[in-house]
Design a protein around this ligand. Structure first.
Ligand SMILES: Nc1ncnc2c1ncn2[C@@H]1O[C@H](COP(=O)(O)OP(=O)(O)OP(=O)(O)O)[C@@H](O)[C@H]1O
Ligand SMILES: [Mg+2]
Length: 437
């Protein structure tokens, strides 16, 4: 009993002193809170069976007092019993619903819309990812990271409550057909914001590797300010003399760095590779993986890599939906940056700090009319086919009630392959399974 109390006090004081104000502020003027060295609690502190801390302690720690601990019935009320028309989307970990909180629910709660993610508890990993989200997002605050407001942990129910991002994910916005395309300047703004979020994680005194950087994890507010979400796969970076973390290979096909898939060696440069893939998606308007494209074009990186090197081939890469409205100089620099970020040699990739500087220099580049726009009739293999198929599968009622508020398309989830390789299948692995968190 005495030991537990001591441990809790230590944890509390750890957390209380966990933030130092760097007097940094973002574009939006929000303060950036940077975690101090060695003080941020790591996932293993809670998930390690030998640790005296357990998930139940979350509610009595500082985490609990600054994150709200909601009951399941409260979350049921705010989402109208998880009504289908409040469904914002569904990822690998479960459905996400819109809700609304205010001080009628809890005194002191700021009135605001929220997104409630309910985890499908499919084995241990689901629980770990839920916990990782709380441990990382509960301690890291930055204008380009989504704000975790609270969580629910009740019997088998594990839910997370986030600030609501009105424009949904970049994936929804970028690949949504039959609506205006995202302008070039907006794409550059999003690229810069996302780069700042990643740079913040990498440059923390105790660096964090995000491990799941992709367009569906970049959320947008009404002004297209972006925030990274989904810290379920995040890992503490290497410490001391270590150059990498060896871990089980997890992530999303089409975004994960090749050396990480091959060796299980994870570094901040693995995130830089994934950033390069998203940059390529912004440039081309094409998804990182698409099995409806001809076989040689299914992997965006493999198809685009040879074109990225040659400025004369930019017109084959650039998103036709921009209708020629983009800065050609800006696009050339973005192509060069994507090429470098996607290098097979991790050491040749730029750091996220470098990427931020380059993208900052491209923000002033105005959209310009580069050339005549040629309308290309979508072929049978294009999204038109997918669109028709989706349309058929919707009921009239669903169309009426849930017709994609602000780009959310809860019913239009595409094929996406999660990677989850056991550590034993990783070549040259140096780590025992117990290290994989
Ligand atoms: N905070 C939020 N505000 C608004 N919409 C959100 C929020 N969080 C998630 N969403 C919506 O819910 C969808 C599903 O999100 P989720 O993170 O669960 O899965 P995903 O990223 O699409 O897929 P994956 O499981 O492969 O990561 C998002 O694409 C987005 O449209
Ligand atoms: Mg996500």
């Amino acid at each position: 009993m005495y030991k537990m109390t001591m441990k809790k006090v230590t944890w509390k004081s750890l957390m209380l002193s966990c933030y130092k104000n760097n007097n940094n502020s973002s574009d939006s003027g929000e303060k950036i809170l940077k975690p101090c060295q060695f003080q941020r609690l790591s996932l293993t502190d809670v998930s390690d069976p030998s640790s005296a801390l357990s998930v139940d302690d979350l509610s009595t720690s500082l985490l609990g007092s600054y994150l709200h601990v909601f009951t399941f019935s409260e979350l049921r009320v705010i989402t109208h019993n998880f009504a289908r028309c409040n469904l914002l989307g569904e990822g690998g970990f479960g459905p996400v619903y819109k809700g609304f909180i205010d001080d009628k629910l809890r005194p002191g709660l700021k009135a605001q819309p929220v997104a409630v993610k309910a985890l499908d508890l499919d084995g241990l990993q689901g629980h770990r990812e839920w916990l990782a989200e709380i441990i990382f997002l509960g301690q890291l605050r930055h204008p380009h990271l989504v704000k975790l407001i609270g969580y629910c942990y009740e019997k088998e129910n594990r839910l997370l409550v986030y600030e609501y991002m009105p424009r949904g994910s970049l994936e929804n916005q970028l690949f949504r057909r039959y609506s205006a395309a995202l302008p070039w300047s907006t794409r550059m703004k999003i690229a810069l914001g996302a780069a700042k979020g990643l740079a913040f994680l990498h440059e923390a005194d105790k660096p964090v590797i995000y491990r799941d950087f992709k367009s569906s994890n970049i959320l947008l507010d009404s002004d297209y300010n972006c925030k990274l979400s989904d810290f379920g796969l995040a890992k503490d970076g290497p410490e001391g003399e270590e150059t990498h973390v060896t871990t089980r290979v997890m992530g999303t096909q089409g975004y994960a760095a090749p050396e990480y898939i091959m060796t299980g060696h994870l570094t901040t440069m693995s995130d830089v590779y994934s950033f390069g893939v998203v940059l390529l998606e912004l440039l081309t308007g094409k998804r990182s993986m698409d099995n409806t494209r001809p076989s040689r074009e299914q992997s965006l990186v493999e198809w685009a890599r040879p074109l990225l090197r040659d400025p004369n081939k930019l017109d084959r890469l650039i998103d036709l939906r921009l209708e020629g409205q983009f800065s050609s100089k800006g696009a050339q620099r973005v192509a060069a940056l994507a090429y470098k970020s996607l290098s097979h040699r991790p050491k040749q990739r730029p750091t996220m700090g470098d990427v931020v500087k380059i993208l900052e220099s491209l923000q002033g580049f105005e959209d310009e009319f580069v050339g005549p726009f040629v309308y290309v009739v979508p072929s049978e293999t294009d999204d038109s086919k997918e669109f028709l198929a989706k349309k058929e599968s919707k009921t009239n009622e669903q169309e009426k009630d849930c017709s994609g508020e602000n780009g959310h398309n809860p019913l239009g989830r595409r094929w996406r392959n999660r990677i989850k390789l056991p550590l034993s299948s990783v070549a040259n692995s140096e780590s025992p399974c117990s290290m994989s968190v």
